[in-house]
Write a protein that binds this ligand. Structure first.
Ligand SMILES: NC(=O)c1ccc[n+]([C@@H]2O[C@H](COP(=O)([O-])OP(=O)(O)OC[C@H]3O[C@@H](n4cnc5c(N)ncnc54)[C@H](OP(=O)(O)O)[C@@H]3O)[C@@H](O)[C@H]2O)c1
Length: 282
């Protein structure tokens, strides 16, 4: 079922994104459950190796049918993934130009998600870890065309370093709307990239906030704050992430954790706690 709502209907930016990676056959049910629990942002990718994007579409369709959400009040984000990040289940012709691969991947994402536009389209990672390349420029140009044609409202980049972002800033007049990075506490929670984003009104999306930081979840500062707030250490981390201006992702498969993760956004940490957590490990 295709929901025709017009390409520019703005879905508000949610406080949390529900991540759909690694869920395979459980993707439709978990997507529907997450929407039912109150998530209003969904992150996926047209990368069958790690995501079942068509399953996300099935979950969305079920949630539309039961009236839990409409296309207008759910924020949908998907990604373009280069050939090396894919397995044999490609959403494009690998012999096509990179520009054509972006157009084909986007068309396939819209089909999977049963919509005629997404809210955010993200480059899943630059071609090289060492800098912005000509390939990235071609892909980014094609992504801008998708945006200008109304098939995505906003654009983002993922797995980027400060130098990738600086090179982008030197090359393009317009900054991406989003940066999505794995967020390590030992790197000051990606301090340099977050500072760059803050200065340019780029929303920083943090993933692996729990799995990349097991030492933080065990740290007495965090366990102590959790006891004081009658919350869990995971909730303290998500509350901290929100307080420093991140848009966090969670990919939990557990209904109680979904509830806890969403509730963490409303958790008020005591004075000084945010600064203390920010400098905990790096
Ligand atoms: N751009 C990229 O390249 C990239 C890479 C990786 C991920 N992502 C995105 O980010 C999303 C999230 O991925 P992630 O790496 O952050 O890992 P994740 O899949 O969210 O895993 C989080 C882990 O934390 C647990 N958890 C969640 N909430 C909890 C809570 N309240 N209490 C205790 N445990 C809790 C989960 O277990 P339970 O299931 O038992 O709750 C799970 O084991 C992905 O689904 C994907 O959309 C993007």
């Amino acid at each position: 079922m295709k929901i025709e709502t017009g390409p520019l209907s703005p879905s508000p930016l949610p406080d949390f994104l529900y991540g759909t990676a690694w869920k395979e056959d459980r993707t439709p049910a978990l997507t529907e459950l997450a929407l039912g629990m109150g998530f209003r942002g969904i992150d996926t990718a047209n990368q069958r190796r790690h995501y079942f994007e068509a399953g996300v579409g099935q979950g969305l369709a079920a949630a539309y049918r039961s009236g839990v959400v409409t296309r207008d009040n759910v924020f949908l984000q998907t990604k373009f993934t280069y050939r090396p990040g894919q397995d044999h289940r490609l959403p494009y012709d690998p012999a096509a130009s990179l520009s054509d691969q972006v157009a084909q991947s986007m068309a396939s994402s819209l089909e999977h998600l049963g919509t005629d536009y997404v809210d955010s389209y993200v480059l899943h990672g630059p071609a090289s870890g060492y800098g912005w390349t000509a390939a990235d420029s071609e892909v980014w140009g094609a992504m801008i065309k998708e945006r200008d044609a109304g098939r995505t409202r906003l654009l983002g980049v993922s797995k980027v370093s400060l130098s990738h972002l600086e090179q982008m800033a030197d090359t393009y007049s317009e900054a991406p709307a989003f940066v999505q990075n794995r967020c390590y506490a030992r790197l000051g929670w990606d301090r340099e990239v977050r500072r760059f984003c803050r200065g340019r009104k780029i929303t920083y999306q943090g993933f692996s906030l729990l799995t990349a930081n097991p030492e933080v979840l065990r740290h007495p500062l965090v366990t102590g704050l959790a006891v004081r707030a009658n919350a869990t250490p995971a909730q303290v981390v998500f509350s901290f992430a929100h307080a420093v201006g991140m848009l966090p992702l969670t990919g939990t498969s557990d209904a109680d954790h979904m509830r806890q993760d969403l509730a963490a956004i409303g958790l008020a940490l005591p004075a000084g706690a945010v600064e203390a957590i920010e400098s905990l490990a790096g």
